[in-house]
Design a protein around this ligand. Structure first.
Ligand code: SAM
Length: 279
């Protein structure tokens, strides 16, 4: 499935040439293909390499769509880092995206060991809330994030649904979202638009139903300049179907399929348009 989809993607995808949308052209030129060597890349490499050297074993509680790699729930931290954490290229891209879009207030569904969280939080002016269901995995992530001084990343442990309803989406009005970064519902001074997220990274439960559920649940937290980033949109036919439904939603204006990631923008000033762009 992946290979067939990938070949199709390669035929249909493009680079920055011939992009008529100025917003997308600028994004692709100055962020996707930004070749500068950021000092934060070393921090991200160190974070990952440290995990790759950690051969302790933890008992993983399986959430989401299950693993295609692991057969047992007793897993080495190094193996999780190698197989589950986002790859280097994508991690660097997430860092650039946060920088380029000046995202301050972000949410991640699915922390694992925090490789993605570190990428999103490497710009220390941002604030990230990241949710992880597996307690032992979350413990390692918490330690690792602390070790590398990611004080701007707050980890919440629990099932997505439970944490979203408890902390992220307020009960009284699903259109209003309370500040998730504190348990006392205070609004963050970092937020450009209180009650909303500048970026949400959906990287947890890779099934059609779950992806769409969290998309609809978190849609009210998007503002005009938010970006939703979906991981593994071609992972399965179900994920591809979810991606198509997200693309067709009336509030969605611009989407960019980079094969592994799907970016969703809500910019009302923009005509609806879908792009396939190689990273
Ligand atoms: C692909 S990994 C995340 C990788 C991470 N974002 C990164 O970039 O390194 C997905 C994680 O989401 C967690 N997860 C999946 N479904 C969940 C759910 N419904 N509630 C809580 N956690 C969940 C899994 O335990 C797993 O650690």
């Amino acid at each position: 499935m992946q290979l067939k989809s990938y070949i199709k993607f390669l035929f249909k995808s493009q680079n920055q040439h011939g992009l008529h949308s100025p917003f997308v052209y600028e994004l692709v030129t100055n962020c996707f293909y930004d070749k500068r060597k950021y000092p934060e890349y070393k921090l991200l490499d160190d974070y990952r390499n440290d995990l790759l050297k950690n051969h302790n074993t933890i008992k993983v509680t399986d959430f989401g769509a299950g693993s295609r790699v692991f057969t047992s729930n007793d897993r080495r931290i190094s193996a999780i880092a190698r197989n589950v954490g986002i790859p280097k290229k994508r991690a660097r891209f997430l860092f650039r995206l946060v920088n380029y879009l000046k995202c301050k207030n972000m949410l991640e569904l699915g922390t694992s060991l925090g490789i993605g969280a570190a990428s999103l939080g490497a710009n220390k002016e941002s604030i990230l809330v990241s949710i992880e269901g597996c307690p032992q995995t979350a413990n390692v992530a918490r330690e690792q994030l602390r070790k590398f001084d990611f004080n701007n990343v707050e980890l919440k442990v629990g099932e997505f649904e439970e944490i979203l309803t408890k902390f992220i989406i307020s009960d009284k009005n699903k259109k209003e979202v309370s500040g998730p970064w504190t348990d006392s519902n205070q609004q963050s001074t970092y937020s450009k638009n209180p009650g909303t997220f500048d970026l949400i990274y959906f990287d947890g439960h890779h099934t059609k139903e779950a992806t769409l559920k969290y998309f609809y649940q978190l849609l009210p937290t998007a503002h005009n300049d938010s970006v939703f980033v979906f991981d593994d949109i071609h992972w399965s036919p179900g994920m591809e179907a979810a991606w198509e439904e997200i693309k067709s939603h009336p509030e969605v204006r611009v989407t960019i399929d980079t094969f592994f990631l799907g970016l969703v923008f809500f910019r009302k000033q923009q005509a609806k348009q879908h792009f396939k762009i190689r990273l």
